[in-house]
Design a protein around this ligand. Structure first.
Ligand SMILES: *Cc1c(COP(=O)(O)O)cnc(C)c1O
Length: 426
């Protein structure tokens, strides 16, 4: 049989029940698992046999959902985490430690920027941030002998910049390090970064994957393509024995397809413990079952809203890579030919006050610190998340005072547009 299409994988991937078994993924709400003998359990602790013994390490519900996301991204292995923040932290910390360095796009989620530039810096890992529009020379100049990874977002939240994944992958590989891509906004429905050379993909599953504002979660997927063994001195954690795990060498025991995720599970999840609860994994899977249907609708609504905003004289500017003439239109056509995401940014004429007034008049779109929900929501960063900043500081951070981040839900586009119209006209 031909390989299944992504829509079929959304519905059926990750879990195949046997005869008489539950049709839906069972929620294994159990912290632990029972064994007949200590010897059998010992083999699991030595990573000599695979099986479950404690949910902080692995849980069958979580594994089924992770396997589905691995299939959607075209990866070889995946793990769920408690949040997108945990996913990005683990993805980097799995291959970088104190004294190491990482190159990151400067256009990334604010939480990731803070994690990298403040918290991980305190752990001794230094980041160099480069503009996604930097020249190849600038990009190559950012690397150091101790660089361990490159990081970027397919579509950045909230700037909506589209990353030239191929270009960043080429630079990463030329310096012997993997490219990690946060694919939260695009989802594997619209872009599969591994097809463009990325090596590791992360997600805040809180966003479109769950899609119903019901569960915070994250995921890391490995392509299995990056050959750690070519650079054993750069990645000793993967290529030399792990003393904390009975001397196992991950690349030898689990191959390129399993080494990275097994290490992240055996070391990082064991020690930091940011697991997704099986209950949340079940909710996430309900979202994944309709991901291909919902993402299409989110994008159709966003395209219609963006085109309407563009035509309205009360709107100063609109940013959406699906609009012809947008700064990221060409990159969008290359990496996201079937649609980008449901989030549109725009500026209301009249600046900060006009934007605030407009937001207050919206009836369908709710003011929330969230995106990618089934219900339309919006945020005015200048009066909320960034309210302590002056107009000049906002500008430096790439957030203009009039910026409204509008996340199109699954309602009818005509209703969303009518709501925007009345709020602009009032
Ligand atoms: C929301 C978000 C995160 C953080 O995810 P949480 O699930 O909120 O921890 C990371 N990256 C991107 C692109 C996001 O939008």
């Amino acid at each position: 049989m031909a390989e299944q299409t992504i829509g079929t994988k959304c519905v059926q991937g990750g879990y195949t029940p046997g005869n008489g078994e539950p049709r839906q993924i069972p929620i294994i709400q159990s912290t632990t698992f029972k064994y007949e003998s200590s010897a059998e359990m010992g083999k699991l602790f030595d990573l000599e046999a695979s099986g479950y013994f404690y949910t902080r390490l692995q849980n069958p519900t979580n594994d089924a959902v992770a396997a589905k996301i691995a299939a959607l991204e075209g990866g070889t292995a995946a793990m769920l985490t408690s949040s997108g923040q945990a996913a990005n932290f683990y993805a980097v910390f799995n291959i970088a430690s104190a004294g190491d360095h990482v190159v990151s796009s400067s256009s990334i989620y604010g939480g990731s920027f803070n994690l990298f530039s403040v918290t991980m810096k305190r752990m001794g890992i230094e980041f160099t941030f480069v503009s996604p529009e930097c020249t190849d020379e600038e990009l190559n100049a950012a690397f150091r002998p101790n660089t361990k990874a490159v990081f970027g977002e397919t579509i950045a939240n909230p700037a909506l910049t589209v990353l030239d994944i191929q270009r960043f992958a080429k630079a990463a590989h030329a310096h012997g390090v993997p490219l990690i891509i946060d694919n939260t906004f695009a989802t594997p429905i619209n872009c599969r970064p591994f097809e463009w050379g990325a090596d590791i993909v992360t997600h805040s599953t809180t966003k479109y994957m769950d899609g119903h504002g019901a569960g915070v979660g994250g995921c890391i997927v490995d392509s299995g393509k990056f050959d750690w063994t070519r650079y054993p001195e750069k990645f000793p954690g993967l290529c030399t024995p792990d003393d904390s795990y009975h001397g196992v060498t991950y690349t030898e025991r689990f191959g390129l397809e399993g080494a990275y995720i097994t290490k992240a599970t055996a070391q990082l999840m064991r020690d930091f413990g940011s697991i997704q609860s099986p209950q949340n994994a079940f909710i996430l899977n309900l979202g994944l079952e309709s991901l291909h249907v919902r993402v299409k609708r989110h994008c159709e609504n966003a395209q219609a809203v963006a085109e309407y905003l563009k035509s309205n004289p009360k709107v100063e500017w609109v940013q959406y890579c699906g609009l012809e003439g947008d700064k990221y239109y060409e990159l969008g056509q290359k990496y996201l030919p079937n649609g980008s995401c449901g989030v549109v940014s725009f500026g209301v004429k009249g600046g900060r006050e006009a934007a605030e007034r407009f937001m207050g008049r919206l009836k369908i779109a709710a003011i929330e610190t969230h995106v990618a929900d089934a219900r339309t929501c919006c945020l005015h960063p200048a009066s909320s998340t960034h309210r302590q900043m002056t107009d000049a500081e906002l500008k430096a951070a790439g957030v203009s005072p009039d910026l409204v981040r509008y996340s199109c839900g699954l309602e009818d586009a005509a209703d969303l547009i009518a709501d925007i119209e009345q709020a602009l006209n009032d």
